[in-house]
Each structure stands twice: as C-alpha cells, then as structure tokens.
Design a protein around this ligand. Structure first.
Ligand code: PAF
Length: 286
C-alpha cells in the first residue's frame, strides 16, 4: 500500500493509474478504523474489481468539529489503521496534515454548503456548522482524488443524504454508495465514539437500536400518531439512562417531516451516554 501525505504526489500516482485505464473507488475516513470502515473498503473493492484501485483517506477534519466537541480527544490509532487497510488490499492511503488541506488556515478556507433544509436539522441542529465542515472537506477530497465512486456508512444517514445532495447540486461525476451499518453482536452500531463508553454505559448502549426496533414495530403494526410514538421513544431512552439529543421520524429520501402518506420512512436518533454521543437509525417501509 502506498501512503501519500502530499497532494501533488497523490495526483501523480492516480493520474498514472487513470492512464492505464483503471477506475478509482474512494473511502474517506477520520481513522480509528473499525469493522464499519473495513466494510466500506471491502465494498469498494467488490465494486471496482481487481483491475480498479481503492484509495482511502485518514484526516480528522477540524472544520466539522464544534468548539465544545471532541476534536482534541478524537482517537488516533495510526499504526493499527495502516495495518488494517493494508490487509484489505487498499492501493493508496492519503493521510495529509492539516496544513496540506487548509494551507490558508481553517478560518479563511472557501466553504461548500448544502441547503439548510438538510443541514440545520437533526445532527445539524445540535452541531451547528458540522455539515459545512463535512461538505467542504469531502468536496476538497473529491477534487484531489477524483474518484469514480465514493462510499459512506449508512450509520451517518444524514451525512450520506447531505453528500448525495452536494454531488447532485454541484454536478460532481461521482457515484455515492451507502453501505449498511455494521453492528456489534448486541446491535450497537460500530463507531469510533463507542470507545468513550464505560463498561456500564456499554451495556446500556445497545438499547438505542433496540428502542428504534420497538418503535418501528409499532409503526409497522399500524400506529400513525407519530408525535405520541416519538414521545414514548424519548421517555423509553431516558428511562434506561440516555440523555436524548433527538429522536425523529423522517422521510427516508429527503429527511423532511414524515406525513401519514409517506411510505419510506427513517427513525433517527442521537443520544448521550456520559461523554459519548451515539447516533443510529432504522429504515421502515410501510
Ligand atoms: O464520516 C466521516 O468519518 C467523516 O465525516 C468524513 C466523511 C470522513 C469527512 O471528514
């Protein structure tokens, strides 16, 4: 596996592959890789084939962290990450320093912003500016790598929706692929932030997905008073020890409020357990 930290040498390598006719699949990450990330890499290889090239990136993007968030504490496991990507047959890892991506400083970077209707709700409501940071860095990475396809986890469902919208609105010739969430045996969605959980919190954590399943079962059984249902869901989560940030039912395609005529729905939740902010979601078709 090649490891590049600088944009010009990365471009040169990828241009060489393109001259040979290879297509490129791209998996952007912030490192501290777990099975969820590795499933993106495997899906990238499956789709691009043995003739294609798989590029991954690791960059803990300061632009997408708020002032009171966990940027400084964000877990770094560079050696394990390199070994895991190498074992999966990744062709190239792009691992830039902050100055390579933001040479004029974070504050004076041109930004890319998706519509507020998608970015100011759910995680965007409690993390102002978060999605602007994500779209800005992903647009830069797309311009640097120029992949044919890029893969993102469905655990960050809103991020996936925001990035699909950015690519469509800005006519980026990149296919965005969402990959199913990888879960621990008890249903907890894999996340770098699970490492913040104490042993007791870890036991409670799987209750997030369990609660979403219970609520989904009620919707599938015909319940349509969504406000009452969500109130019950929030109470259920608080009761087992979560501090609920949001629990919402939305339309699966554009994340607008779900109405009684909608059939493709998604339950989305964010909740704190101690210092860990966990997110999860569940698609429902009725
Ligand atoms: O999902 C993530 O890890 C990050 O938001 C991403 C897409 C790599 C951008 O920094």
């Amino acid at each position: 596996m090649l490891i590049e930290a600088l944009i010009p040498s990365l471009r040169e390598t990828i241009a060489g592959w393109r001259d040979e006719g290879a297509r490129v699949a791209f998996v952007p990450t912030m490192g501290n890789l777990h099975e969820g990330h590795l499933s993106l890499v495997r899906e990238a290889r499956r789709r691009i084939g043995s003739e294609g090239r798989v590029v991954a990136s690791i960059f803990v993007n300061p632009l997408q962290f708020g002032a009171n968030e966990d940027l400084d504490a964000y877990p770094h496991t560079p050696e394990e990450d390199v070994a895991a990507l190498e074992a999966e047959g990744v062709d190239l890892l792009f691992r830039p320093e902050e100055a390579e991506l933001y040479p004029n400083g974070r504050e004076s970077q041109s930004i890319v912003e998706a519509p507020a209707a998608l970015t100011n709700i759910l995680c965007g409501a409690s993390r102002p500016g978060h999605f602007r940071g994500v779209t800005t860095v992903v647009a830069k990475l797309f311009n640097i790598v120029q992949p044919d396809l890029a893969l993102f986890g469905e655990k960050d469902y809103q991020q996936l929706a925001v990035l699909r919208r950015m690519v469509a609105d800005l006519n980026m010739p990149i296919e965005i692929i969402g990959v199913s969430t990888v879960r621990e045996a008890d249903g907890l969605a894999m996340s770098s932030r699970n490492g913040y959980l104490s042993e007791d919190e870890r036991h409670i954590a799987s209750g997030l997905q369990r609660s979403l399943r219970e609520l989904a079962a009620r919707i599938e059984a015909g319940e349509r008073d969504y406000e009452e249902l969500l109130e019950d869901g929030r109470a259920m989560l608080e009761l087992v020890g979560f501090e609920v940030d949001y629990l919402e039912l939305r339309r699966a395609d554009d994340l607008a409020e779900a109405g009684s005529d909608d059939h493709a729905l998604i339950l989305l939740a964010a909740a704190f357990l101690g210092r860990a902010r966990l997110i999860d979601n569940l698609l429902i078709t009725i």
